[in-house]
Design a protein around this ligand. Sequence first.
Ligand SMILES: NC(=O)c1ccc[n+]([C@@H]2O[C@H](COP(=O)([O-])OP(=O)(O)OC[C@H]3O[C@@H](n4cnc5c(N)ncnc54)[C@H](O)[C@@H]3O)[C@@H](O)[C@H]2O)c1
Length: 321
Amino acid sequence: MAVLVTGGAGYIGSHTVRRLREAGVDTVVLDTLERGSREALLGAPLVVGSIADEALVTEVCREHDVTAVVHFAAHKSVGDSMVDPGPYWTNNVQGTVHLIEGMLAAGVRNIVFSSSAAVYGSPEQVPITEGAPIRPENVYAETKAMMERVIDWYGTTSGLRWASLRYFNAAGASTDSVIGEDWSSTTNLVPLVMRAALTDVGPVDVFGTDFDTPDGSGVRDYIHVEDLAEAHLAALRYLEADGENLTVNLGTGNGTSVLEILAMTAEIHGAEVPHRISGRRLGDPATVYADSTLAGRTLGWTATRGLREIISSAYAWYRQG
Ligand SMILES: NC(=O)c1ccc[n+]([C@@H]2O[C@H](COP(=O)([O-])OP(=O)(O)OC[C@H]3O[C@@H](n4cnc5c(N)ncnc54)[C@H](O)[C@@H]3O)[C@@H](O)[C@H]2O)c1
Protein backbone atom coordinates (compact mmCIF):
# COMPACT_ATOMS: atom_id res chain seq x y z
CA MET A 1 0.00 0.00 0.00
CA ALA A 2 1.30 3.43 -0.88
CA VAL A 3 0.35 7.07 -1.32
CA LEU A 4 0.98 8.64 -4.73
CA VAL A 5 2.39 12.15 -4.30
CA THR A 6 2.17 14.24 -7.46
CA GLY A 7 4.69 17.10 -7.55
CA GLY A 8 6.42 15.40 -4.60
CA ALA A 9 9.87 16.58 -5.69
CA GLY A 10 8.84 20.23 -5.17
CA TYR A 11 9.05 22.41 -2.09
CA ILE A 12 5.97 21.44 -0.06
CA GLY A 13 5.77 17.99 -1.68
CA SER A 14 9.25 16.94 -0.59
CA HIS A 15 8.62 17.93 3.05
CA THR A 16 5.35 15.98 2.93
CA VAL A 17 6.95 12.88 1.40
CA ARG A 18 9.53 12.95 4.14
CA ARG A 19 6.90 13.30 6.88
CA LEU A 20 4.75 10.50 5.44
CA ARG A 21 7.71 8.14 5.27
CA GLU A 22 8.69 9.02 8.85
CA ALA A 23 5.14 8.06 9.85
CA GLY A 24 5.57 4.68 8.15
CA VAL A 25 3.50 5.53 5.05
CA ASP A 26 5.03 4.27 1.79
CA THR A 27 5.06 6.85 -0.99
CA VAL A 28 5.65 6.98 -4.71
CA VAL A 29 6.24 10.34 -6.34
CA LEU A 30 5.11 11.36 -9.83
CA ASP A 31 6.92 14.49 -10.96
CA THR A 32 8.09 15.92 -14.28
CA LEU A 33 11.08 17.48 -12.46
CA GLU A 34 10.49 20.72 -14.37
CA ARG A 35 10.83 22.19 -10.89
CA GLY A 36 11.79 20.44 -7.68
CA SER A 37 14.62 17.91 -7.51
CA ARG A 38 15.33 14.23 -7.18
CA GLU A 39 17.70 14.94 -4.25
CA ALA A 40 14.86 16.47 -2.22
CA LEU A 41 13.17 13.04 -2.19
CA LEU A 42 15.89 11.55 0.01
CA GLY A 43 15.56 8.20 -1.73
CA ALA A 44 11.76 7.95 -1.95
CA PRO A 45 10.63 6.13 -5.13
CA LEU A 46 10.16 8.52 -8.07
CA VAL A 47 8.45 8.09 -11.43
CA VAL A 48 9.44 10.89 -13.80
CA GLY A 49 6.32 11.77 -15.74
CA SER A 50 3.24 13.94 -15.88
CA ILE A 51 -0.16 13.83 -14.22
CA ALA A 52 -1.48 14.45 -17.74
CA ASP A 53 -0.44 10.91 -18.70
CA GLU A 54 -3.57 9.09 -17.58
CA ALA A 55 -2.28 5.63 -18.51
CA LEU A 56 0.91 6.22 -16.53
CA VAL A 57 -1.10 7.34 -13.49
CA THR A 58 -3.17 4.14 -13.65
CA GLU A 59 -0.06 2.00 -14.10
CA VAL A 60 1.76 3.61 -11.16
CA CYS A 61 -1.35 3.25 -8.95
CA ARG A 62 -1.64 -0.46 -9.81
CA GLU A 63 2.07 -1.25 -9.55
CA HIS A 64 2.51 0.43 -6.18
CA ASP A 65 -0.85 -0.61 -4.74
CA VAL A 66 -1.79 3.06 -4.27
CA THR A 67 -4.69 3.78 -1.91
CA ALA A 68 -4.65 7.60 -1.94
CA VAL A 69 -3.19 10.54 -3.84
CA VAL A 70 -1.72 13.80 -2.53
CA HIS A 71 -1.88 16.25 -5.41
CA PHE A 72 0.73 19.04 -5.40
CA ALA A 73 1.69 19.07 -9.10
CA ALA A 74 0.86 22.44 -10.65
CA HIS A 75 2.29 25.62 -12.07
CA LYS A 76 2.15 28.24 -9.32
CA SER A 77 3.42 31.64 -10.45
CA VAL A 78 0.74 34.33 -10.28
CA GLY A 79 2.76 36.64 -12.56
CA ASP A 80 3.42 34.00 -15.25
CA SER A 81 -0.20 32.94 -15.20
CA MET A 82 -1.26 36.43 -16.29
CA VAL A 83 1.37 36.66 -19.04
CA ASP A 84 1.06 33.15 -20.44
CA PRO A 85 -2.16 31.58 -19.10
CA GLY A 86 -2.37 28.60 -21.49
CA PRO A 87 -0.05 26.28 -19.55
CA TYR A 88 -1.98 27.09 -16.35
CA TRP A 89 -5.33 25.96 -17.75
CA THR A 90 -3.72 22.91 -19.34
CA ASN A 91 -1.38 21.73 -16.61
CA ASN A 92 -3.42 22.66 -13.57
CA VAL A 93 -7.03 22.12 -14.63
CA GLN A 94 -6.82 19.62 -17.49
CA GLY A 95 -3.93 17.84 -15.78
CA THR A 96 -6.11 17.33 -12.69
CA VAL A 97 -8.87 15.79 -14.82
CA HIS A 98 -6.37 13.31 -16.30
CA LEU A 99 -4.94 12.52 -12.88
CA ILE A 100 -8.39 11.76 -11.46
CA GLU A 101 -9.44 9.68 -14.47
CA GLY A 102 -6.17 7.74 -14.15
CA MET A 103 -6.56 7.10 -10.44
CA LEU A 104 -10.24 6.13 -10.71
CA ALA A 105 -9.35 3.63 -13.45
CA ALA A 106 -7.09 1.95 -10.88
CA GLY A 107 -9.83 2.08 -8.21
CA VAL A 108 -8.15 4.84 -6.13
CA ARG A 109 -10.75 7.14 -4.58
CA ASN A 110 -9.04 9.32 -1.94
CA ILE A 111 -7.32 12.59 -2.82
CA VAL A 112 -5.77 15.38 -0.77
CA PHE A 113 -5.49 18.51 -2.87
CA SER A 114 -3.16 21.54 -2.62
CA SER A 115 -5.48 24.48 -2.92
CA SER A 116 -4.63 28.04 -2.04
CA ALA A 117 -5.87 31.01 -0.04
CA ALA A 118 -5.53 32.82 -3.40
CA VAL A 119 -9.03 31.54 -4.24
CA TYR A 120 -10.45 34.16 -1.82
CA GLY A 121 -8.87 37.13 -3.61
CA SER A 122 -8.85 40.32 -1.51
CA PRO A 123 -10.87 39.43 1.58
CA GLU A 124 -13.69 41.60 2.90
CA GLN A 125 -13.01 40.35 6.39
CA VAL A 126 -10.15 38.79 8.34
CA PRO A 127 -9.58 36.20 9.62
CA ILE A 128 -10.81 34.43 6.48
CA THR A 129 -13.16 31.52 7.06
CA GLU A 130 -13.86 28.76 4.53
CA GLY A 131 -17.29 30.32 3.96
CA ALA A 132 -15.80 33.53 2.51
CA PRO A 133 -16.65 34.23 -1.15
CA ILE A 134 -14.44 32.62 -3.81
CA ARG A 135 -13.16 35.51 -5.92
CA PRO A 136 -9.93 34.67 -7.75
CA GLU A 137 -8.06 37.74 -9.00
CA ASN A 138 -5.58 36.05 -11.33
CA VAL A 139 -5.39 33.04 -13.62
CA TYR A 140 -3.40 30.93 -11.16
CA ALA A 141 -6.01 31.45 -8.43
CA GLU A 142 -8.82 30.74 -10.90
CA THR A 143 -7.19 27.41 -11.83
CA LYS A 144 -7.10 26.46 -8.13
CA ALA A 145 -10.79 27.35 -7.74
CA MET A 146 -11.59 25.33 -10.87
CA MET A 147 -9.54 22.36 -9.67
CA GLU A 148 -11.53 22.42 -6.44
CA ARG A 149 -14.79 22.36 -8.45
CA VAL A 150 -13.54 19.53 -10.70
CA ILE A 151 -12.63 17.46 -7.63
CA ASP A 152 -15.98 18.21 -6.00
CA TRP A 153 -17.88 17.12 -9.14
CA TYR A 154 -15.92 13.87 -9.29
CA GLY A 155 -17.12 13.33 -5.73
CA THR A 156 -20.70 13.61 -6.96
CA THR A 157 -20.34 11.64 -10.19
CA SER A 158 -17.74 9.03 -9.28
CA GLY A 159 -17.47 8.70 -5.52
CA LEU A 160 -14.12 10.52 -5.27
CA ARG A 161 -13.36 11.31 -1.63
CA TRP A 162 -11.39 14.48 -1.08
CA ALA A 163 -9.84 17.04 1.22
CA SER A 164 -8.98 20.42 -0.32
CA LEU A 165 -6.38 22.21 1.76
CA ARG A 166 -6.23 25.97 1.21
CA TYR A 167 -2.69 26.94 2.17
CA PHE A 168 -1.79 30.44 3.19
CA ASN A 169 1.92 31.42 2.71
CA ALA A 170 4.18 28.37 2.96
CA ALA A 171 7.62 29.28 4.30
CA GLY A 172 10.70 27.94 6.09
CA ALA A 173 12.80 24.82 5.58
CA SER A 174 13.22 21.52 7.38
CA THR A 175 14.39 22.04 10.96
CA ASP A 176 17.51 19.95 10.29
CA SER A 177 18.39 21.97 7.12
CA VAL A 178 18.23 18.88 4.90
CA ILE A 179 15.56 20.17 2.49
CA GLY A 180 14.15 23.62 1.72
CA GLU A 181 12.86 25.95 -0.98
CA ASP A 182 14.87 26.73 -4.12
CA TRP A 183 15.33 30.51 -4.15
CA SER A 184 16.49 30.77 -7.77
CA SER A 185 13.08 31.46 -9.33
CA THR A 186 10.81 32.21 -6.40
CA THR A 187 8.73 35.32 -5.84
CA ASN A 188 7.96 34.39 -2.22
CA LEU A 189 8.96 36.92 0.41
CA VAL A 190 10.99 34.77 2.82
CA PRO A 191 13.47 33.42 0.22
CA LEU A 192 13.80 36.91 -1.26
CA VAL A 193 14.61 38.33 2.17
CA MET A 194 17.16 35.55 2.72
CA ARG A 195 18.77 36.23 -0.64
CA ALA A 196 19.08 39.93 0.19
CA ALA A 197 20.63 39.07 3.57
CA LEU A 198 23.04 36.38 2.40
CA THR A 199 24.15 37.45 -1.10
CA ASP A 200 25.08 40.63 -2.90
CA VAL A 201 21.94 40.53 -5.05
CA GLY A 202 20.86 43.92 -3.62
CA PRO A 203 17.91 45.08 -1.55
CA VAL A 204 14.58 43.30 -1.28
CA ASP A 205 11.52 45.43 -2.11
CA VAL A 206 8.96 46.29 0.55
CA PHE A 207 5.86 46.97 -1.52
CA GLY A 208 3.96 49.60 0.45
CA THR A 209 4.38 50.96 3.97
CA ASP A 210 1.16 52.97 3.92
CA PHE A 211 -1.34 50.15 4.41
CA ASP A 212 -3.85 50.29 7.24
CA THR A 213 -1.78 47.86 9.35
CA PRO A 214 0.11 48.39 12.64
CA ASP A 215 3.44 49.17 10.90
CA GLY A 216 2.07 50.11 7.47
CA SER A 217 3.48 47.07 5.61
CA GLY A 218 1.41 44.20 4.22
CA VAL A 219 0.32 41.45 6.61
CA ARG A 220 0.11 37.76 5.63
CA ASP A 221 -0.23 34.38 7.34
CA TYR A 222 3.09 32.50 7.06
CA ILE A 223 2.91 28.81 7.79
CA HIS A 224 5.93 26.59 8.37
CA VAL A 225 6.33 23.98 5.64
CA GLU A 226 6.73 21.20 8.24
CA ASP A 227 3.38 22.17 9.75
CA LEU A 228 1.88 21.92 6.27
CA ALA A 229 3.45 18.49 5.79
CA GLU A 230 1.87 17.35 9.07
CA ALA A 231 -1.55 18.56 7.87
CA HIS A 232 -1.33 16.29 4.81
CA LEU A 233 -0.72 13.27 7.00
CA ALA A 234 -3.73 14.30 9.13
CA ALA A 235 -5.89 14.74 5.99
CA LEU A 236 -4.95 11.29 4.67
CA ARG A 237 -5.85 9.72 8.02
CA TYR A 238 -9.10 11.69 8.06
CA LEU A 239 -10.12 10.29 4.64
CA GLU A 240 -9.02 6.78 5.62
CA ALA A 241 -11.32 7.06 8.66
CA ASP A 242 -14.22 7.87 6.29
CA GLY A 243 -14.32 11.59 7.05
CA GLU A 244 -16.69 13.70 4.93
CA ASN A 245 -15.30 15.57 1.93
CA LEU A 246 -13.69 18.68 3.32
CA THR A 247 -12.35 22.12 2.42
CA VAL A 248 -10.11 23.66 5.08
CA ASN A 249 -7.81 26.62 5.53
CA LEU A 250 -4.26 25.89 6.61
CA GLY A 251 -2.78 28.92 8.31
CA THR A 252 -1.58 29.93 11.74
CA GLY A 253 -4.41 32.36 12.38
CA ASN A 254 -1.81 35.11 12.92
CA GLY A 255 -0.79 37.90 10.61
CA THR A 256 2.87 38.87 10.22
CA SER A 257 4.00 42.03 8.46
CA VAL A 258 6.80 42.38 5.91
CA LEU A 259 8.69 44.64 8.34
CA GLU A 260 8.36 42.03 11.11
CA ILE A 261 9.94 39.45 8.79
CA LEU A 262 12.81 41.83 8.07
CA ALA A 263 13.27 42.52 11.79
CA MET A 264 13.28 38.81 12.72
CA THR A 265 15.75 38.06 9.94
CA ALA A 266 18.01 40.93 11.05
CA GLU A 267 17.96 39.56 14.61
CA ILE A 268 18.98 36.05 13.48
CA HIS A 269 21.45 37.31 10.87
CA GLY A 270 22.99 39.84 13.26
CA ALA A 271 22.75 42.65 10.68
CA GLU A 272 20.14 44.71 8.85
CA VAL A 273 18.70 43.12 5.72
CA PRO A 274 19.19 45.43 2.70
CA HIS A 275 15.71 46.57 1.67
CA ARG A 276 14.04 49.43 -0.14
CA ILE A 277 10.58 50.86 0.30
CA SER A 278 8.63 50.74 -2.97
CA GLY A 279 5.05 51.64 -3.87
CA ARG A 280 2.17 49.24 -3.34
CA ARG A 281 1.56 46.62 -6.02
CA LEU A 282 -1.74 46.81 -7.80
CA GLY A 283 -4.41 44.75 -6.05
CA ASP A 284 -2.29 43.78 -3.01
CA PRO A 285 -4.62 43.53 0.01
CA ALA A 286 -3.41 45.05 3.30
CA THR A 287 -4.09 42.06 5.54
CA VAL A 288 -4.71 38.37 4.86
CA TYR A 289 -4.77 35.70 7.53
CA ALA A 290 -6.68 32.50 8.14
CA ASP A 291 -9.31 31.36 10.50
CA SER A 292 -7.95 27.85 10.95
CA THR A 293 -10.38 26.58 13.55
CA LEU A 294 -12.05 24.17 11.11
CA ALA A 295 -8.74 22.36 10.49
CA GLY A 296 -8.37 21.96 14.26
CA ARG A 297 -11.88 20.59 14.63
CA THR A 298 -11.85 18.21 11.66
CA LEU A 299 -8.23 17.16 11.26
CA GLY A 300 -7.04 17.69 14.84
CA TRP A 301 -4.34 19.88 13.33
CA THR A 302 -2.94 23.25 14.33
CA ALA A 303 0.28 24.97 13.36
CA THR A 304 2.91 24.48 16.05
CA ARG A 305 5.74 26.60 14.63
CA GLY A 306 5.86 30.39 14.59
CA LEU A 307 7.77 33.17 12.86
CA ARG A 308 11.05 32.48 14.67
CA GLU A 309 11.08 28.83 13.53
CA ILE A 310 10.22 29.87 9.98
CA ILE A 311 12.98 32.45 9.72
CA SER A 312 15.64 30.49 11.59
CA SER A 313 15.04 27.30 9.54
CA ALA A 314 15.07 29.23 6.26
CA TYR A 315 18.19 31.13 7.30
CA ALA A 316 20.06 27.94 8.25
CA TRP A 317 19.02 26.23 4.98
CA TYR A 318 20.10 29.08 2.69
CA ARG A 319 23.27 29.88 4.59
CA GLN A 320 24.74 26.44 3.91
CA GLY A 321 24.65 27.36 0.20
N1 LIG B 1 4.23 27.62 -1.93
C1 LIG B 1 3.10 28.17 -1.46
O1 LIG B 1 3.14 29.11 -0.65
C2 LIG B 1 1.75 27.64 -1.90
C3 LIG B 1 0.59 28.27 -1.41
C4 LIG B 1 -0.65 27.79 -1.80
C5 LIG B 1 -0.74 26.68 -2.65
N2 LIG B 1 0.40 26.10 -3.12
C6 LIG B 1 0.27 24.94 -4.02
O2 LIG B 1 0.98 23.85 -3.47
C7 LIG B 1 1.51 23.02 -4.51
C8 LIG B 1 3.00 22.82 -4.29
O3 LIG B 1 3.64 24.09 -4.24
P1 LIG B 1 5.23 24.19 -4.13
O4 LIG B 1 5.51 25.54 -3.54
O5 LIG B 1 5.78 22.99 -3.47
O6 LIG B 1 5.59 24.22 -5.68
P2 LIG B 1 6.84 23.57 -6.49
O7 LIG B 1 6.88 24.25 -7.81
O8 LIG B 1 8.06 23.55 -5.64
O9 LIG B 1 6.35 22.05 -6.69
C9 LIG B 1 5.48 21.64 -7.71
C10 LIG B 1 6.04 20.36 -8.29
O10 LIG B 1 5.12 19.88 -9.27
C11 LIG B 1 5.85 19.38 -10.38
N3 LIG B 1 4.95 19.39 -11.55
C12 LIG B 1 4.42 20.48 -12.19
N4 LIG B 1 3.61 20.07 -13.18
C13 LIG B 1 3.61 18.70 -13.16
C14 LIG B 1 2.93 17.69 -13.90
N5 LIG B 1 2.12 18.00 -14.91
N6 LIG B 1 3.12 16.39 -13.57
C15 LIG B 1 3.95 16.05 -12.55
N7 LIG B 1 4.64 16.96 -11.83
C16 LIG B 1 4.46 18.27 -12.11
C17 LIG B 1 7.06 20.29 -10.49
O11 LIG B 1 8.13 19.69 -11.20
C18 LIG B 1 7.39 20.53 -9.00
O12 LIG B 1 8.32 19.57 -8.52
C19 LIG B 1 1.16 23.72 -5.82
O13 LIG B 1 0.00 23.12 -6.33
C20 LIG B 1 0.87 25.16 -5.39
O14 LIG B 1 -0.04 25.77 -6.26
C21 LIG B 1 1.64 26.54 -2.77
